[in-house]
Design a protein around this ligand. Structure first.
Ligand code: LLP
Length: 421
């Protein structure tokens, strides 16, 4: 459930009509609902009730500092994957002891930043990275808590670009080699091995792959303990999918995910961490856009809107579906129309959907792309010299711009032309 509903025929974010925000900030823009973010975070927190745990929001999904502050105030930790994300989380007031650092390519500089600033744990993804981190920690006279990310070779049954738990993927160490790698880690200075990390992919709509992966982690925990390692923390990653198409069957809920965790690893007495991103932010955000033209093609109608692939790249990149609904609720029984919804960017890939039956629209009318709160704004670019679009947060009847639209000059003046040209 989210908080983007029609009231008196107008699509609202909580108690604020989106058209009101559009009139104030212009289109296109992203809009997030504080109540939905809060609700989704709490669902995960409650799902792990009774087990020592920390929900580390995967901030790559939506890293606006207002979002981070809201979740941080509820008690969330953060999963970061770059020095930039680490700094952003700290800037939003998240303490280092609630930040876990994931990612296959951490640099020495990033390691140092996090060690000096305070870190809950590093999730190590390879032997060379382990040696590098040991060197940095030893040089700084620190002993850093680490887990090692294992690749359980499980098919997550999701889009190939966002599956991470198969042996052919770049992530983690093969679970078959875990014993040797843990033995090596135990000897390295500066590292304190405390647990195991796993993340098998994103937008999973079936719990079975999670169950398989967690079962392997449980077996590994017992094996490593028998080999003398202290395994007290399990980071079980993120990846729970969301219902992008309202008409489709709903994916499992955080509660069901929590139940799988309880069943598979609950008996081990470990502290549990999870790293959900999409489920917390995805349905907590919409992208609002204005129809510029309705263009008659040879055998189709194009709805040309002022948002484009540079603002929301998921359809172009993954063939992803986003529901598209008008801000003015269609009258009951109104005749639908069939559109290819496209942006103004100069390539055919700038297509949000093809042949979609939806409410008939006219130029100047507003639409909302649903489920755009995760991997929307964070993946945006200025392609075609289109300035980044603003982000707005709504809470009850108030809204605030949480990232302003830059002016054309701000965008253009970032370039410098060398004197010698
Ligand atoms: N933990 C790690 C180590 C991850 O790599 C990811 C996502 C997550 C947690 C969070 O997964 P989530 O709960 O959000 O599924 N841009 C793509 C999604 C990329 C996901 C990358 N890693 C998209 O728009 O679908």
């Amino acid at each position: 459930m989210d908080h983007f509903l029609y009231r008196d025929g107008m699509l609202c974010a909580e108690d604020v009509p989106l058209a009101e925000i559009a009139a104030s900030v212009g289109t296109p823009f992203y809009c997030y609902s504080a109540a939905t973010l809060t609700r989704h975070y709490k669902l995960f927190d409650e799902a792990l009730d009774g087990m020592e745990h920390l929900v580390c929001y995967a901030m790559k999904a939506n890293s606006n500092q207002a979002v981070l502050k809201l979740l941080g105030d509820l008690g969330a930790g953060m999963d970061v994957v770059s020095g930039g994300e680490y700094r952003r989380a700290r800037a939003a007031g998240i303490p280092g002891e609630r930040i876990v650092f994931s990612g296959v390519g951490k640099t020495e500089e990033e390691m140092q930043t996090a060690i000096e600033g305070g870190i809950r744990q590093f999730n190590i993804e390879s032997e060379p990275e382990m040696a590098r981190l040991s060197g940095v920690a030893a040089r700084l006279g620190a002993e850093v808590p680490v887990t090692i990310r294992v690749n359980p070779d499980v098919d997550a049954k999701t889009h190939e670009k966002i599956a991470t738990g198969k042996s052919e993927n770049k992530f983690g160490i093969p679970i078959s080699r875990a014993s040797a790698v843990y033995a090596q880690a135990a000897k390295l200075p500066g590292l304190k091995v405390i647990g195991i990390d796993v993340h098998i992919g994103s937008q999973l709509v079936d719990l079975d792959p999670f169950r398989l992966a967690f079962r392997k982690v449980a077996e590994l925990t017992e094996q490593l303990r028998a080999e003398g390692h202290e395994i007290s923390r399990l980071d079980l990653g993120g990846g729970l999918g969301i219902p992008y198409e309202r008409s489709n069957a709903d994916p499992p809920l955080p509660r069901d995910f929590g139940q799988v965790i309880r069943e598979e690893v609950g008996h081990l007495g470990c502290e549990i961490e999870i790293e959900p991103g999409r489920l917390i932010a995805g349905n907590a955000g919409v992208l609002v856009s204005e129809v510029i033209y309705v263009k008659e093609g040879e055998d189709r109608q194009f709805l040309i809107v002022d948002a484009a692939m540079n603002d929301l790249i998921r359809p172009a990149m993954y063939g992803a579906h986003h529901d598209i609904i008008p801000l003015n609720e269609p009258a009951p029984g109104a005749e639908p129309a069939r559109y290819d919804v496209v942006g103004p960017v100069c390539e055919s890939g700038d297509t949000f959907t093809k042949g979609r039956d939806m409410a008939a629209m006219a130029p100047g009318e507003l639409i909302a792309f649903r489920s755009a709160g995760a991997y929307g704004a964070v993946m945006a670019s200025e392609y075609n010299s289109r300035p980044m679009i603003p982000e707005v947060l709504v809470q009850k009847d108030q809204f605030a711009v949480i990232r302003a639209r830059p002016s054309f000059d701000e965008m253009i003046n970032r370039d410098t032309i060398p004197e010698w040209l």
